[in-house]
Design a protein around this ligand. Structure first.
Ligand SMILES: Nc1nc2[nH]cc(C(=O)O)c2c(=O)[nH]1
Ligand code: SF4
Ligand SMILES: [Mg+2]
Length: 237
């Protein structure tokens, strides 16, 4: 076994099989590997236990697990789709590279959920099936994050040119939609998916109903949050 695959990743949780709840693969059975740490600090983040050490204890919320152990765990299921999320998983792309490669070679489909601020390297692009890139709007990222923090033009253009990216924006207010149009035009982001912010079925459905008309008008795509509709804000689903 080569060295690289024994290098540990900092993992918040790994779970499944469940269903991919978001974006263009929603409804597919999937395993999830959630990496710890994030480079943003969005007030409405639904996974603060990956980064907010004023509320969570990093010694309890993050464990070092080798790529080899994660590979063996994923291969113990016949589930084709493996979603790597966070936090921001590309903060650990050096340690992630051997895992993505070994799972892809074993026939698994890998999706990476990312906030789009860190450009993926060529090896990651080669072995990943799809990047679900979620750039953060001003409303979502909060006043601490300047545009410089949350929007990285080089990284976004890199994702757009990979031909493997789907751009999934989380929306809580109508103002977000104009900002999203500007980003999409400036960086060539396509396809655009719009997903309601919300961690209860009521909020998700309520926002989806007014978003639907706006999305149709702009020729975008609408995503639900299937796991929230089915199981609420339960961890590990
Ligand atoms: N079922 C399910 N689908 C998801 N899609 C993206 C998720 C995420 O937290 O990034 C997620 C999640 O946490 N659960
Ligand atoms: S980028 Fe994602 S994981 Fe990071 S703080 Fe924002 S919502 Fe949470
Ligand atoms: Mg989630």
């Amino acid at each position: 076994m080569n060295d690289a695959i024994t290098r540990p990743l900092l993992v918040a949780e790994h779970f499944g099989p469940t269903l991919q709840g978001e974006g263009s693969s929603a409804g597919k059975p999937a395993l999830f590997i959630r990496l710890s740490r994030c480079n943003l600090s969005c007030p409405a983040c639904d996974t603060p236990y990956t980064w907010d050490w004023s509320r969570f204890n990093p010694r309890l919320e993050a464990r070092k697990i080798t790529a080899d152990a994660l590979h063996r765990w994923a291969m113990s299921y016949k589930t084709e789709l493996v979603v790597i999320t966070g936090g921001e998983p590309l903060l650990q792309q050096d340690a992630l590279r051997p895992l993505v490669r070994s799972l892809a070679i074993a026939g698994r489909r890998i999706e990476i959920e990312t906030n789009g601020t860190i450009a993926p390297d060529p090896d990651i692009i080669e072995y990943v099936s799809q990047f679900n890139v979620s750039p953060k709007t001003a409303t979502f990222a909060g006043s601490d994050a300047t545009r410089v923090h949350r929007i990285n033009p080089d990284a976004l253009r890199n994702f757009a040119s990979s031909q493997k990216a789907v751009f999934k924006f989380t929306v809580s207010s109508a103002e977000d939609l104009d900002e999203i149009s500007l980003h999409a035009a400036e960086f060539g982001l396509e396809p655009v998916w719009i997903m309601p912010e919300g961690t209860t079925p009521e909020v998700v459905l309520g926002r989806m109903s007014w978003l639907a008309e706006e999305v149709i008008k702009r020729n975008w795509n609408l995503s639900g949050r299937l796991h929230i509709l089915l199981w609420g804000d339960q961890r590990g689903r």
